[in-house]
Design a protein around this ligand. Structure first.
Ligand code: ADE
Length: 328
C-alpha cells in the first residue's frame, strides 16, 4: 500500500489487512510503535530522534515537539506550516524529507520523517573545509532543482541553510525544516512580493521579531518584510559561496553586526574563488530582490540560473539518478 501524506501509519502496518473496503481506516500510530534511539537534531521546541518501526524494522527520524513549549513560545503556526508544506511535497520524488505520519500524546506531537542517514550538509562542508568545484556544482544543481519544485508548489522555505539541507543514504540532498515556510498560491508566487501590510497580527509580529538565521537572511526579509521566492535564491547564493569557500559570505561577531553586513552587502571573495562561481554569486546576492538572477524567470524552472556558465556540464535531467561526486 502506498503511504499517504501524514495521515496513515507507514505502509507495513496495514500491509496484511484485507482489501480495503469503504469503511477502511488506517491504523493510528503511537510512540509505542517505535524504538527511540539516538538524538539527531534539536530546535527551540523540538528534538529529533532516530527511531525504528517495531513492525517493519525501518528507520525514521521522529521529530518530537513539546506541546507546552509550542504554546509558551507561540509556535503553533510553525507546526501547522511544517505539516502542510511536507504534505504538499510528499509525492515529489527527490529533494525533500518525507513526512510519513503524525500522532500525539498528552504532552507531545510526533512527526515521523524519512531518515537522512548522512546528516547535515554543514557537517560535510566543515569536515573537508570546502568542496571541490565539481562537488559544489553538483550540490548547487541539486539544491536549485529542489527550489524549483518547492516554489512551483507555492512554498517559500525562508530558512534555507546548510543545517537544514540533509543528505540521504545515497548522498542526495533533502531539504528539511519547513517550520518558517510561507505557503502561497503557486501562480502568485512568481509575481507577488507580499509585504507586511497584508498580514495577520501574528504574522506581523513574527516578521518584526524575525530571528531566522542571520548569515542567510535576505535584505528584503530584514528591511521590508516582503515574502518573495527570491529570498530563497539569496540563501542559495550564500550556500554556493559557502560550499566553495568554507564559510558563509556574511559573518560577524553578533547577529546585529551580521544583519548590518547583509544590508550593506559587505562581503568579499577569498583569493582563488573561481571566476564563474563568483559571477553567479554576484548575480544572486543583489540587494534589490527583483534584480536577482532567477527572480524574473517564468515557468517552473530557474532557466537563467541553470544556464549560467557555472553549471556548464551539469546533466539536469539525470541529476537525482546519478551518483553524486564524492565529498573529500
Ligand atoms: N535531523 C533532523 N531531521 C532529520 C532527518 N529527517 N534525518 C536525519 N537527521 C535529521
Amino acid at each position: 500500500m502506498q503511504a499517504s501524506p501524514a495521515a496513515a501509519a507507514p505502509s507495513p502496518a496495514v500491509a496484511s489487512s484485507p482489501a480495503p473496503s469503504l469503511s477502511f481506516k488506517p491504523i493510528k500510530r503511537t510512540a509505542d510503535d517505535y524504538i527511540f534511539g539516538k538524538l539527531i537534531g534539536d530546535g527551540c521546541y523540538s528534538t529529533v530522534f532516530l527511531a525504528k518501526d517495531i513492525h517493519s524494522g525501518k528507520e525514521y527520524a521522529i521529530k518530537v515537539c513539546e506541546k507546552n513549549l509550542i504554546i509558551r513560545r507561540k509556535k503553533r503556526e510553525y507546526i501547522k506550516r511544517e505539516k502542510d508544506a511536507l504534505n504538499m511535497l510528499f509525492n515529489v520524488p527527490h529533494g525533500f524529507v518525507k513526512l510519513y505520519c503524525t500522532f500525539q500524546d498528552v504532552d507531545r506531537l510526533y512527526f515521523v520523517l524519512s531518515y537522512a542517514k548522512n546528516g547535515e550538509l554543514l557537517t560535510h562542508i566543515n569536515r573537508v573545509g570546502s568542496f571541490k568545484l565539481n562537488v559544489a556544482k553538483h550540490y548547487a544543481a541539486e539544491l536549485l532543482v529542489a527550489l524549483e519544485k518547492m516554489h512551483a508548489k507555492g512554498i517559500i522555505h525562508r530558512d534555507l541553510k546548510p543545517e537544514n539541507i540533509l543528505l540521504d543514504e545515497n548522498m542526495h540532498l533533502r531539504i528539511a525544516d519547513f517550520g518558517t515556510a510561507k505557503l502561497m498560491d503557486p501562480e502568485a508566487i512568481r509575481t507577488t512580493t507580499k509585504n507586511i501590510e497584508n498580514d495577520t497580527q501574528n504574522e506581523r509580529s513574527r516578521k518584526i521579531s524575525f530571528v531566522g538565521t542571520p548569515q542567510y537572511v535576505s535584505p528584503e526579509l530584514l528591511h521590508d518584510c516582503v515574502d518573495t521566492r527570491a529570498s530563497d535564491l539569496w540563501a542559495f547564493g550564500c550556500i554556493v559561496y559557502q560550499m566553495i569557500s568554507g564559510l558563509p559570505p556574511f559573518r560577524a561577531a553578533t547577529e546585529f553586526l551580521t544583519f548590518q553586513k547583509v544590508l550593506k552587502m559587505d562581503y568579499e571573495f577569498p583569493e582563488g574563488f573561481p571566476a564563474d562561481a563568483k559571477d553567479l554569486v554576484e548575480k544572486i546576492l543583489v540587494l534589490d530582490h527583483t534584480q536577482r538572477l532567477g527572480s524574473d524567470d517564468k515557468g517552473d524552472m530557474y532557466g537563467s540560473i541553470r544556464n549560467h556558465p557555472f553549471f556548464d556540464g551539469i546533466d539536469w535531467d539525470n541529476l537525482c539518478e546519478q551518483t553524486p561526486p564524492t565529498i573529500c
